[in-house]
Design a protein. Structure first.
Length: 226
C-alpha cells in the first residue's frame, strides 16, 4: 500500500501523541514525537546553564547535542536519546514544560530540529506530531490533522498524567502552564502554531480514544485510495 506522511499538530495536551502512536501502530509507520526533541534540547540547556538569549551559546550548545529515537523493546514505544542517554522520562517533568516554549521559539533551535525531522520523513510511512509539522516541516504531507479539545478537558488530562508522577502538583499549575505554552507557541515569530489551510480539524473533547483512531484511519484510507 502507498506510504504517506501524516502530520498531527495542535494545542498542548489534546492527545496528539496518543493518536499518533496508535496510527503508527495500526499502519506499521514510524512515530516521531517532535516535541520530545525541543524538550530534550531544553533539558540540555538547563543542565548546562546555557544562556539561550545569547546566539553563540545556543550555537555552541547545539553543536554538542545529538538526538535520536530508539524503540524500547519491552513497551514497543519509541523513546528519545540525548547524547546516548535515554531522557524520555526526564523531559516530561513540569520543570521542562515551564521552559520548553521559550527554547522552541529560538530560530537556531528550530533550524536544528526541523532539519532532522525532515530527514526522518524521507522514506514516508511516518506519523509526526507537533506544532509546525503540517505548516513548516512537511507542507506537502498527504494527510494533515489539526487537533483541538476543550480547555477544561485538556487541563484534566494533563493533570492526571503529571499527578501520577508527582502528587504535589496542583491543577492551577497545570492550567497556567498549558495557557502559557499555548500563548507562546501560537505567538512566536518563527513557525508559530497554526492550522495548515489543508488540515482537517479533529476536536476530540467528546470522542473516545478508539473513536478518534477510527476517524483518523478513515481519513488515511481516503487519501491512500485516492
Ligand atoms: O508536544 P509537547 O507538549 O511535548 O511539546 C513541547 C513544546 O515544544 C511545546 O510547548 C512547543 C514546542 N514544540 C514546537 O514548538 N514545535 C513542535 N513541532 C513540537 C513542539
Amino acid at each position: 500500500m502507498k506510504k504517506i506522511i501524516i502530520t498531527i499538530d495542535g494545542w498542548s495536551s489534546c492527545g496528539k501523541s496518543t493518536l499518533a502512536k496508535q496510527l503508527a501502530k495500526a499502519l506499521h509507520y514510524v512515530y516521531v514525537d517532535s516535541g520530545a526533541m525541543y524538550r530534550a534540547i531544553t533539558l540540555y540547556f538547563l543542565r548546562n546553564n546555557v544562556d539561550w538569549k545569547n546566539d553563540k551559546s545556543v550555537k555552541d550548545a547545539l553543536a554538542d547535542i545529538e538526538l535520536h529515537f530508539a524503540t524500547n523493546e519491552a513497551t514497543g514505544q519509541t523513546e528519545i536519546y540525548m547524547n546516548d542517554e535515554n531522557v524520555e522520562y526526564l523531559i516530561r517533568d513540569l520543570i521542562i514544560a515551564e521552559k520548553v516554549s521559550e527554547v522552541a521559539a529560538i530560530k537556531e533551535v528550530r533550524v536544528f530540529a526541523v532539519a532532522q525531522q525532515r530527514k526522518m520523513g524521507e522514506k514516508k510511512g511516518i506519523v509526526m506530531d507537533g506544532r509546525d509539522i503540517g505548516t513548516v516541516v512537511f507542507p506537502g504531507a498527504e494527510l494533515k490533522i489539526f487537533m483541538t479539545a476543550d480547555n477544561a478537558v485538556r487541563v484534566e488530562r494533563r493533570f492526571k498524567e503529571l499527578y501520577a508522577k508527582n502528587p504535589n502538583i496542583t491543577i492551577e499549575e497545570v492550567k497556567n502552564n498549558l495557557e502559557m505554552r499555548d500563548y507562546i507557541d501560537s505567538h512566536r515569530e518563527v513557525s508559530p502554531l497554526r492550522q495548515a489551510e489543508d488540515a482537517i480539524v479533529l476536536d476530540n473533547s467528546n470522542l473516545t480514544i478508539d473513536e478518534q483512531l477510527q476517524q483518523a484511519l478513515s481519513w488515511v484510507k481516503d487519501v491512500v485510495e485516492k
